[in-house]
Write a protein of this length. Structure first.
Length: 422
């Protein structure tokens, strides 16, 4: 059996990929090649992978040959595209030597009387006449099938699920910085994200909520910084009635995006937060019960810390009050962490920001509001303070932070803005 590259994937090939580690203990007559999440080849119960031989040159050469398996590749293309100046004074001789070593490396998984690598007139090609299955080909084929709107939803869902099962991670991760691999990594990753989001909508139309949760959770392991995936998971958890889990994930997602990308939640993420709040509020006729729910179970010392969406609404509320009374009784402060006139690295901020927040909370009162604005900034809303009083509070925050971090090269910058300009 040989995989039809642009047609439908064969059933036998799919079974090779979906039965977990089948090639370890089974006499498979088909060479199985994985390139997502790692590079490994298996045949007849024998497996070779990147730990079998750590030669970067051999795996780079094999990866390029297998990826472009359908065409004959000139020697000059290998030299120019893959290694450039790395072959020394005699690149052609070095290339031939590398292919000889590659054939020897593949020998344990090569059927008797067969050669995976064909050479002819100054070029090399993967032997298309051998029986093999390649995960990237299956992946693309099933994604194409899943995207066909002419097919029934159930067939599209099944195709997408098979495709996504194959995507174990980025394309050839150990070669990720290689020039020819970079665009393909981006290409396959974008197909993966498009497929997972399309699958989510199809599952939603079929009301297969548990599978919606499952596909989002798996996708976030591979791509943790896609906000739409977080939104989908929150929505699916809400549809399951797991509002506490949805709220917990909302908080986790918001913090993750702030901390790593310095971005604010989108309108969709904020809307989900409001929906969560409304879903959690059942009809209640006894106002005292509602008041008890609204109260904090235990009033914490120091400032009130909230996410940016809540901070923005509090700000808008007090701004309305100030406009109505025509007095500016609030001051907004933005504190930014700097190092040598630049924003510090992400690793530095991940340590410094919680420590700065601890100093802010310690130096503020329970009626003051604090929110993280970006990966390096906090917003503070102070009620009923003149500018001089606000500066005194800022000095207390700075003194407390610097006292605890005397050897640190970080410093705090700030700006003050009254709600209403005089």
């Amino acid at each position: 059996m040989k995989l039809q590259k642009k047609g439908e994937c064969t059933k036998i090939g799919w079974e090779v990929f979906t039965i977990d580690k089948i090639y370890y203990n089974s006499n498979q007559s088909t060479l199985c090649i994985r390139m997502f999440g790692g590079f490994e080849l298996a045949y007849d119960g024998k497996l070779i992978n990147e730990s079998s031989n750590r030669s970067y040159v051999l795996w780079n050469l094999l990866g390029y040959l297998v990826t472009y398996h359908s065409r004959s590749i000139p020697q000059s293309e290998f030299i120019d595209t893959i290694w450039a100046d790395s072959f020394g004074d005699n690149p052609l001789s070095s290339l031939k030597t590398s292919f000889s070593r590659l054939r020897a490396f593949l020998e344990p998984i090569t059927p008797e009387g067969t050669d995976y690598i064909l050479s002819s007139r100054g070029s090399y090609q993967w032997n298309e006449n051998v029986s093999y299955c390649l995960d990237i080909d299956f992946f693309e084929s099933y994604c194409r099938q899943g995207s066909l709107k002419s097919l029934p939803r159930t067939e599209r869902i099944a195709a997408y699920q098979k495709a996504l099962e194959l995507y174990k991670g980025d394309f050839l991760p150990k070669l990720k910085d290689t020039q020819w691999v970079v665009p393909l990594t981006t290409y396959y990753h974008s197909i993966y994200l498009e497929a997972i989001k399309d699958l989510y909508q199809l599952l939603k139309e079929e009301n297969r909520i548990e599978e919606m949760v499952d596909c989002c959770a798996k996708a976030l392991i591979i791509e943790a910084f896609d906000e739409k995936l977080h939104c989908n998971l929150i929505e699916a958890l809400m549809l399951q009635g797991h509002f506490s889990s949805a709220l917990l994930h909302h908080q986790k997602a918001t913090d993750l995006l702030y901390r790593n990308l310095s971005v604010h939640p989108s309108g969709e993420l904020n809307q989900l937060y409001h929906s969560l709040m409304s879903y959690q509020s059942d009809i209640e006729m006894d106002s005292s019960v509602i008041m008890n729910h609204l109260k904090e179970t235990e009033v914490e010392n120091g400032a009130f810390v909230c996410n940016y969406g809540v901070f923005k609404e509090i700000y808008q509320l007090v701004l309305r009050q100030s406009i109505r009374s025509k007095t500016s009784n609030y001051i907004c402060i933005l504190i930014t962490i700097f190092e040598n006139n630049h924003i510090p690295s992400l690793d530095t901020l991940n340590l410094a920001m919680p420590e700065l927040l601890a100093s802010i909370i310690l130096c503020l009162r329970s009626g003051d509001v604090v929110s993280k604005y970006s990966g390096a900034q906090y917003l503070i809303l102070l009620p009923c303070f003149e500018k001089d009083n606000a500066l005194k509070i800022l000095k207390r925050i700075q003194d407390d932070y610097y006292r605890k971090h005397k050897k640190s090269t970080l410093y705090l910058n700030y700006s003050l803005s009254p709600l209403l300009e005089e």
